[in-house]
Design a protein around this ligand. Structure first.
Ligand SMILES: [Zn+2]
Ligand SMILES: [Zn+2]
Length: 623
């Protein structure tokens, strides 16, 4: 049971409404709906004014429900969204529209912080933030200015607005009407092979994309829970009016006949309300995961194009989420170029498209808190990268954004152990892309014995092996990444290298460097030739001609995944596919050996499957 307060401007009277998700009898509905009825000065229901008022509220409710589909928003965010979309609320406040939509079962209302299984949160029962999934350990209780009680709020998702016990969380139900015609369209007619052709994929990309595409299309869009969906539709045939909601057509332009239908439906009170959706905050077991294990530089973006195409051409909605904002910003123009006719919405902290609704949504993982059962296809980029990996809050957000039974593609060059194991044991559908798009093998790291960075700095001396290798990289015109473990070592090492190599174009950066972005740009331009960095640049930064040096490669902060990622910076372009990778360390540890084994096994698989250029096969070598 949740209490909802709303005030009506028209009769300046605060009414109180109780919305119970589980028990809704027809007689109760009549009482609740009657609260919307305008009254004359004597308190009697006002006939024609009432009818006009009801129509307006009904139309606003329908539009609001359409705009809120798949959303999980706090009341202030709902208001911003509806005002931004210019929902006509003449004669009806936005909250009335939302409450009517809730009575019709098209949105669901809940406390933003509530006890497990719904209801009001209090100190005696374990509560949870239903927006980010955080439990008691993230909740704080303060005496609240809005509700006047001791009220719990969530600290974990505070940066996105205060989620608290007396705050309303509005969950918009996904409605499938827009796409039903699309289901039988193009995808069913054209075979997979033909549809993949237009994307110009390499043989390895093609094979993996075909497998992923078959997986995505193995079930129709949003098939689970369809009985519930159709049931709900049959009881609200006219007011649902997905077209009005979906296309944003102003209700005033609708035919009189349509209004008449809405009105007569309205007078019949015959609405049956249904609860819907998966239980909140529960572990999702219905999502269909697919692991796309693609080496660094495999060209994963091109591989997801046909999957996105398949879903949006059937009228569905696709999401591509990355833990990193720069990846989202980089992806934006590529997606818009690939899908010029699709509506693309790009979301990150401060995005102007925050309240827009698209066929393709690009988003940082943090922005997913604002969605609930919204997407027919979810693509999670770099799921092993900080901050996604090991963060239960982001996992919750990524889970709840999926529609029931939706396919979810997990992209990674270095999947976490448990996923690798599940894939090997046949418990996780997957495809491997063992070769880069340019079909050259991955550079295999050379292991070189060397003193520690600390030792080099203390002695003010570089080992001869390192100096020699760096000079040869500089003379072949390569850009050089030098990875170190500690932020404090980056600047002093850069100074030492500058002196010993007699090269002024040496710089250093780390997560604490305010000029990091500018330095990366200079490095890309070749103004900086050698950049000393921490693992902050282990992913994402791609420089065409570059060599990679990892110092203290045996240090505890570098595991197999991060060594493979750093090594993956070399040899990225077709013009310089054989970049050099060195692991410098005082000993060879497990992580280094595993990383080398990982890279070799990918190269071997690429060769066996015939993905490498002919020059790398025996036949080609002889020719
Ligand atoms: Zn929270
Ligand atoms: Zn409160």
């Amino acid at each position: 049971m949740h209490d909802v307060y709303h005030s009506s401007g028209r009769h300046a009277k605060v009414t109180r409404m109780r919305v119970d998700e589980r028990c809704r009898s027809a007689s109760n509905e009549r009482i609740r709906l009657a609260e919307y009825w305008p009254r004359d000065d004597n308190g009697k229901p006002n006939g024609s004014a009432a009818e006009r008022g009801m129509e307006k509220v009904a139309a606003s409710a329908s539009m609001a429900a359409g705009l809120l589909q798949g959303r999980a928003l706090l009341s202030g965010e709902v208001r911003a969204l509806l005002e931004g979309a210019s929902v006509p609320v003449a004669g009806a406040s936005w909250s009335e529209a939302v409450q009517l939509a809730a009575l019709l079962g098209r949105v669901r209302l809940s406390g933003a912080v509530a006890a497990h299984g719904g209801g009001r949160a209090d100190a005696r029962r374990r509560s949870r933030c239903l927006r980010c999934g955080s439990g008691e350990e993230q909740l704080r209780r303060t005496s609240c200015a809005s509700c006047g009680r001791l009220c719990a709020y969530c600290e974990a998702c505070l940066t996105m607005g205060r989620s608290r016990e007396c705050e309303l969380l509005v969950l918009g139900r996904y409605e499938a009407s827009e796409r039903e015609a699309g289901e039988s369209s193009i995808c069913k007619v054209l075979p997979v092979k033909e549809r993949l052709e237009k994307w110009g994929l390499s043989p390895a990309q093609h094979a993996a994309a075909a497998e992923a595409l078959r997986f995505v299309e193995s079930q129709p869009l949003y098939n689970r829970g369809s009985s519930l969906r159709h049931h709900a539709q049959s009881h609200t045939p006219h007011l649902r009016n997905g077209q009005v909601a979906g296309t944003g057509i102003h209700p005033a332009k609708e035919s009189e006949r349509q209004q008449q239908l809405q009105y007569s439906w309205w007078r019949n009170w015959s609405v049956r309300l249904l609860s819907w959706g998966a239980p909140l905050a529960a572990e999702r077991t219905d999502i269909r995961n697919f692991l796309l294990w693609a080496v660094t530089g495999a060209g994963k973006t091109e591989m997801i194009f046909p999957l996105v195409d398949s879903v949006i051409s059937r009228g569905g909605r696709a999401l591509i989420a990355s833990p990193r904002r720069d990846v989202v910003l980089e992806l934006d123009p590529r997606i818009r170029r690939a899908f010029p006719d699709a509506r693309v919405v790009t979301l990150y902290g401060g995005s102007e498209q925050r309240w827009e609704r698209g066929e393709i949504t690009l988003s940082t993982t943090h922005q997913l808190f604002r969605f609930q059962e919204a997407f027919d296809l979810v693509i999670l980029d770099e799921l092993d990268a900080f901050p996604y990996h090991g963060d239960p809050m982001l996992k919750y957000a990524a889970d709840k954004s999926c529609l029931p039974g939706a396919p979810r593609l997990l992209l990674s060059a270095t999947p976490p152990r448990e996923l690798q194991r599940a894939a090997r044991q046949g418990k996780l559908a997957h495809a491997r892309v063992p070769v880069r798009y340019h079909r050259h093998p991955l550079p295999v790291p050379s292991l070189v014995s060397a003193p520690t960075v600390k030792g080099m700095l203390q002695e003010d001396k570089l080992p001869a092996t390192l100096t020699k290798a760096l000079r040869s990289s500089l003379s072949r015109g390569a850009q050089i990444f030098v990875f170190v473990q500690r932020i404090a070592q980056a600047e002093p090492l850069a100074a030492l290298l500058r002196r010993k190599l007699q090269c002024p174009h040496v710089d250093a950066t780390s997560s604490q460097d305010p000029d990091r972005a500018a330095k990366v740009i200079s490095f890309r331009k070749g103004e900086i030739r050698l950049l000393v960095t921490t693992t902050i640049l282990e992913r994402g930064v791609t420089i065409p001609r570059s060599d990679v040096y990892i110092l203290d490669a045996d240090g505890g902060l570098f595991d197999e995944a991060s060594l493979v990622q750093m090594a993956g910076r070399a040899g990225r372009s077709a013009d310089d596919p054989r970049g050099k990778v060195y692991f410098f360390g005082s000993e060879r540890n497990q992580s280094q050996l595993q990383a080398v084994r990982h890279i070799r096994s990918m190269n071997k698989m690429a060769k066996v499957r015939g993905y490498l250029l002919p020059v790398y096969t025996k036949k080609g070598a002889r020719a």
